[in-house]
Design a protein around this ligand. Structure first.
Ligand SMILES: [Zn+2]
Length: 234
């Protein structure tokens, strides 16, 4: 683990800190140590909250090797009783969630999907969240060893490749250095799921989220306008 002194989103060093402890599961399974001190921080520049202890690349590899496999389940369940077999098996496998995410993203893309041939789901597990019928060449890149679903090819590296559309859904919160991930794909990593999530939340009528979601949706739709006709180099 290493410690950061600035916000991983905006770079501000104007932070509020609260004492915290690294999760025993993370400390043990990823770092091979016991729980240690950390700080929960809130950035006064952008309001992002984060822990200042971050995982190194090799620790990230430890965490995601065999991600959500049996060894992972046993290690996590030993420390976190709420991480039950039911929770374990539901993550990434809920049929209703898969349909909802695919349909919402397809709606956000609309007619733009016709100009998309190559699709990458970056950090996309088995590629099960790529909308049906989107693209002719469908790829997934994930540091776990999850086996891609039929019709999706797994990539071990995306460097130097180009795609018409790149999905980045629920990935940044797993990254020690999220800005590096965004820079690597330039604007190609659109966090397109943001738009889909926004629509879903708006429909469920959670009023406290409404303004935030509207802003997120506006940003995502603005970014998606550029999808047609350009390639995203990784
Ligand atoms: Zn910040």
């Amino acid at each position: 683990m290493y410690v950061i002194a600035a916000c991983p989103c905006c770079g501000s060093e104007d932070l509020r800190r609260w004492p915290a402890i690294v999760s025993p599961f993370i400390a043990n399974h990823a770092c091979g140590t016991g729980p240690t001190h950390a700080n929960l921080c809130e950035c006064h520049g952008c309001s992002f909250r984060f822990f200042d202890t971050r995982l190194t690349d090799s620790e990230v590899e430890n965490l995601y090797a065999g991600y959500r496999g049996e060894t992972y389940f046993e290690a996590r369940h030993r420390h976190e009783f709420w991480y039950s077999r039911h929770v374990h098996e539901g993550i990434g496998n809920d049929p209703a969630e898969m349909v909802s995410r695919k349909e919402n993203l397809a709606k956000v893309l609309g007619d733009r999907s016709q100009s998309i041939s190559t699709v990458l789901d970056y950090g996309g597990d088995r590629g099960q969240f790529i909308p049906d019928g989107l693209g002719t060449d469908r790829f997934v890149y994930d540091i776990s060893d999850a086996k891609p679903i039929k019709g999706v090819a797994g990539l071990t590296s995306v460097e130097g490749r180009q795609f018409d559309f790149v999905m980045l859904a629920h990935v940044l919160e797993h990254c020690s250095e999220p800005r590096q991930i965004l820079r690597s794909g330039q604007r190609g990593l659109l966090a397109s799921h943001v738009g889909a999530e926004a629509i879903r939340h708006l429909r469920t009528g959670r009023r406290d989220d409404r303004q935030t979601m509207l802003e997120m949706r506006t940003a995502a739709v603005r970014a998606l306008r550029d999808v047609g006709g350009r390639k995203f180099r990784m």
